[in-house]
Structure formats: C-alpha cells, structure tokens
Design a protein around this ligand. Structure first.
Ligand SMILES: Cc1cc2nc3c(=O)[nH]c(=O)nc-3n(C[C@H](O)[C@H](O)[C@H](O)COP(=O)(O)OP(=O)(O)OC[C@H]3O[C@@H](n4cnc5c(N)ncnc54)[C@H](O)[C@@H]3O)c2cc1C
Length: 376
C-alpha cells in the first residue's frame, strides 16, 4: 500500500511517522520550500488524548526527547482586568502539556528523510480507473498511491476538490499573535495555565511556553540525529480587537506601536509584554473555522486536521484533534496493511469518527469564543 500525504504540518507529519512505524510506504508533499521558510512557532496546549496520539505515532526512541522539549501546562486559568486584578477563575487545567509548534514540527521530521518533499504543492488529484489516485503537483509532477490524505491545512486544495461546497468562515475583527521572551519580571503574568486580560476594547490571552530543557541541547544529548531549533522559553499572547487596525499597518514593529497606543494606562507589565515582543515571531492572525459537512462517499481521498475541521484557537483542540485523526487513520491503515481490513471500509470508519469528533470540537470552540472577545 502506498499513501500520499498533502501537507507536512504537524498532522501530516504525525501520520507519516505512524505509517513509517507500521512499515507502510508514504510520501509527503509540502508546499513550503523548507521547514523554516515562514514563521512556524507558537505555543499549543496538548491534552492527554492528543499527547497519547502523538506518542502512538512517534517512534519510542523519541519519546524522551518529546518530554524534554515540552513544558508543563497546569494550574488555574484566570481572568484579570487591565490592572491585573483577578476578576474570575475559569478552572484548573490538569495533565496538560505545552508544546512549541516549530519544535514539534522539527521533531516530527526526524527520520522521515526524503519521504518529505518540500517545495512541492499539491494542486489536485484524479481518481484512476484502477481505484488508485493520482496527485497532481503544481510543479507539473504527479504521484500515484492507494490513498491521498489532504493534511494541507485550512486552505486545503484537496478539500476544495473533494468537497467544493465546504465552507470556511473568517471571524470578523482582528487578532494579533505575539511572542515575548520569558523573563523573570514577566513570568508573574501567567502563574497558572493561562491568563485572560479582558479590557473594554481589547482582550489578551497569555500562555507560557517554558521548555523543560533547551530543545537544541536536549536533542544533542538524547537523539543526536535530530536537529531542533535553538528556541528559548517565551510567553505567547493573542490580542483580540473588535476591528482591524486602520489604516492597515505593515511590519510588526508598526503593528506593535499601534497596539501599544491601545494599552495606554494598562498595567506596566502588560505594556512591557507587548513592547518586548519578538519581531520575527509575531504577526497578525486571521481566525477561521470550518462549517460542518456531512460524510461524503468514501474513495481513495480523505482529509485530516485543519484541512477538514479547522477551529478557532478558543477550542484549544486543533492540534489535539489533528494528532488524534493521524493516530486513528494510522490504526485503520495498519489493519489494511496486515490484511485484516479492506481499504475503503477502514477509511470510511476513520472518516465517520473523525468528522464527529472534529466538528464537536469546532462547535465547542465557537461556544467559548465569547469568553475571549473584548468586553465591549
Ligand atoms: C494562535 C494559535 C493557537 C493555537 N493553540 C492551540 C492549542 O492550544 N491546542 C491545540 O490543540 N491547537 C491549537 N491551535 C491549532 C493548531 O495549531 C492547528 O489546528 C494545527 O496546527 C493543525 O495542524 P494541521 O497539520 O492540520 O495543519 P497545518 O499545521 O496548518 O499544516 C498544513 C500544512 O500543509 C501545507 N500546505 C498547504 N497547502 C498545501 C498544498 N496545496 N500542498 C502541499 N502542502 C500544503 C502547509 O504549508 C502546512 O505545512 C492553535 C492555533 C493558533 C493559530
């Protein structure tokens, strides 16, 4: 069996790791020219099921490194006002793990070698008379496999062809994603699992990414064949504004200065958080989510992660569900590989469970969105 994957994001790579582990032939096509070619790093919170799915796909020899380069995500999530007075508690997070997307992605590339082809975007596909599928690449190339998995994120080219009526909605307003080095004075901003600052015209969601060990050093010691970035602990924050900044600013330095005007009179530590934001790792963010779709007739093309059920970050589940999709699909395909199941039936079973779980998480994220939007 040969599996083609569109997209080397964290979901597609997790699937590829699991398939390689099961002895299944896989090729991954990634649009970006390389793993570092655009800003890739923000903190994601993983829950126990998400982490278990990731571990299930990763080879055992990398489990120690995964533990070393993630961080704790525990304690109270609190809501504060713009002077940092506590307003409310949202409950404690238990058993969570904070991971940096860029570090995770580099870890997930370990050992995949030339199975991952960077700079090769999937344009579409064609079902063949023999039941197989041919993926068409924008560079004019193509590849034939038994299954094509669209793991190509929220703008998925595979989904556009498979489900032309599927809709993705962009949230109105504006979100800005910032990253600020974790320093002693700023660490008090997030004493627990997360802090939400609710201002009248702007709200700020702050999370902490504190690596247990510096990723590059941990890799050198625990798995020297893996190259991890020289990343340092940071605070990740998302500022939600009711309207886009107008006129639209250009570079982050300009965005930051405009944002600072809105922080006039706020607690000095919050002003400092924005002022010290890292120019290379902060950017405006469009929040999009997928409208639910019914199950389609199963064929040699399927979808995974944000490509099918993109959700707002308020769900805290996008990466978790992408990993769970990957592990579930991997289990189904392993059964086919072992001769214990038929491909079409195995993929259909995956799709039904993936759709139910994925769109339940989208709905939950939308229901929680109001908590994160500015008070006025
Ligand atoms: C600010 C923020 C905070 C978040 N916090 C959390 C959190 O706390 N917990 C959580 O679980 N989730 C969180 N998420 C969501 C999570 O990051 C995503 O759901 C997850 O990255 C989705 O993974 P994916 O592999 O499906 O898609 P992606 O990671 O988007 O990967 C898709 C890949 O496909 C490639 N691609 C696109 N088009 C093509 C093409 N035509 N051909 C080939 N390749 C293509 C892209 O370049 C990309 O590499 C957060 C997201 C944001 C923005």
């Amino acid at each position: 069996m040969k599996v083609l994957v569109a997209g080397a994001g964290i979901g597609g790579l997790c699937l590829a790791q699991g398939l390689v582990r099961a002895g299944i032939d896989v090729r991954v096509f990634e649009r970006e020219p390389g793993p570092d070619s655009r800003y890739q790093g923000f903190r994601i919170g993983l829950d126990e099921p998400g982490l278990a799915a990731l571990r299930e796909c990763l080879p055992h020899r990398l489990h120690g490194l995964l533990e070393a380069v993630t961080g704790p995500l525990a304690g109270e999530r609190r809501v504060v006002d713009q002077q940092l007075n506590e307003v409310r508690r949202l409950g404690a997070a238990s058993g969570g793990t904070a991971a940096d997307r860029h570090v995770l992605r580099q870890l997930l590339l370990a050992g995949l070698g030339d199975r991952v082809e960077f700079g090769r975007a999937v344009a579409g596909y064609q079902q063949r008379a023999d039941g197989r599928v041919e993926a068409r690449l924008t560079d004019g190339g193509s590849a034939v496999g038994d299954l094509l998995v669209g793991a190509d994120g929220v703008g998925s080219a595979v989904r556009r062809q498979l489900l032309p009526g599927a809709e993705v909605t962009a949230l109105p307003g504006n979100a800005l994603l910032g990253r600020t080095p974790l320093t002693e004075p700023l660490s008090g901003l997030v004493p627990g699992a997360g802090t939400l600052v609710r201002g009248a015209d702007l709200s700020l969601l702050i999370g902490r990414m504190e690596f247990r060990r510096p990723p590059r050093l941990a890799a050198a010691e625990l798995a020297p064949e893996v190259e991890l970035p020289d990343a340092h602990s940071y605070l990740r924050w998302v500022a939600m504004l009711p309207e886009p900044l107008s006129p639209e600013p250009g570079a982050w330095a300009e965005v930051r200065d405009r944002l600072l005007e809105l922080f006039d009179g706020w607690h000095p530590d919050l002003v400092e958080l924005v002022r010290r934001s890292d120019v290379g790792n902060s950017s405006p963010l469009t929040i999009r989510y997928a409208e639910p779709v019914p199950h389609w007739g199963t064929g040699p093309v399927t979808l995974l992660g944000d490509a099918i059920h993109a959700m707002p970050p308020s769900a805290g589940q996008g990466a978790n569900t992408a990993f769970r999709d990957a592990a579930l699909l991997c289990r189904s395909l392993t059964a086919v590989h072992r001769g214990e199941a038929e491909l079409a039936a195995a993929v259909e079973e995956y799709e039904l469970r993936m759709l139910e779980r994925g769109f339940a998480a989208v709905a939950e994220g939308l229901a929680r969105l109001a908590e994160f939007t500015p008070a006025r």
